[in-house]
Write a protein that binds this ligand. Structure first.
Ligand SMILES: N[C@@H]1[C@@H](O)[C@H](O)[C@@H](COP(=O)(O)O)O[C@@H]1O
Length: 243
């Protein structure tokens, strides 16, 4: 893993956007793996600005999002489809038909997982996967204890994850109990992974990622075994990293 230390959230967002632009500008048909949450929002803002000043076009880009809440329509403001549309896709020239987010409202959720995985494996290889990290080390919605071999699947969200994400909902009870997420094996197939880490509340998780052992108890630790990972972390996130 390559660690890029930056000053703050703004600098992290700038560096993340830069890596995505390099990928998008250098490939004929780039495939991006995208993430939601507070962490990547700044990256999307930078990319929109870059698009507006004609530094990047997403016309030929295909995207796959990591996850979606079960039971939520894409029109629900708390769905990840809505997040992606409002915070990114609606402001760039990407073909919406080529932006994939798991369907949390699918009648047959199991089948939806299989189809999502199949679509990725058959036709697309993710060139660059953007990731955030949960305080418990989750990536996507792969909670501690998830086998490293998992493909796209349905998860029961950990109480700590529901609590952490309650800030987007009226109350913690409103946070869905399940989600569809790309599996750890799905994520690891990406050619390049860019993990963004910002703020003191992620400091312990970052320390464990960098210095802990590779274990299913801390899903992000698998990234230590991937050949092409850049971790972009700000000072606050690095504040508890032992050297
Ligand atoms: N499913 C998402 C993850 O993809 C995200 O990386 C993580 C951290 O979120 P945040 O960036 O808001 O801290 O938790 C969420 O639950």
């Amino acid at each position: 893993m390559e660690i890029k230390q930056v000053e703050d959230y703004q600098a992290m967002s700038e560096a993340g956007a830069q890596l995505i632009m390099e990928t998008v500008n250098s490939l004929e048909k780039p495939v991006l793996g995208l993430a939601t949450g507070s962490t990547p929002e700044g990256v999307y803002k930078r990319l929109i600005e870059a698009h507006q000043s004609e530094k990047v076009s997403f016309r030929h880009t295909t995207s796959f999002n990591l996850d979606e809440y079960v039971g939520m329509l894409g029109s629900d403001p708390n769905s990840y489809r809505y997040f992606m549309d409002k915070k990114f896709f609606d402001h760039i020239d990407i073909d919406k038909q080529k932006t994939f987010v798991p369907n949390g409202k699918a009648e047959d959720l199991q089948r939806e997982c299989e189809q999502y995985e199949q679509l990725l494996m058959d036709h697309h290889e993710i060139d660059l996967q953007l990731l955030g990290i949960g305080t418990n080390g989750h990536i996507g919605f792969n909670e501690p204890g998830t086998p490293f071999s998992t493909k796209t699947h349905i998860v029961d969200l950990a109480p700590s994850t529901r609590k952490a994400n309650a800030r987007f909902f009226e109350s913690e009870q409103d946070v869905p109990e399940q989600a569809i997420t790309m599996g750890i094996a799905t994520i690891m197939k990406s050619k390049q992974i860019v993990l963004l880490v910002s703020g003191e509340k992620k400091a312990r998780a970052l320390d464990q990622l960098l210095h802990g052992e590779v274990s299913e108890d801390f899903p992000a630790s698998i990234l230590q075994t991937h050949p092409n990972v850049q971790v972009i972390a700000d000072k606050a996130a690095l504040s508890k990293v032992s050297v």
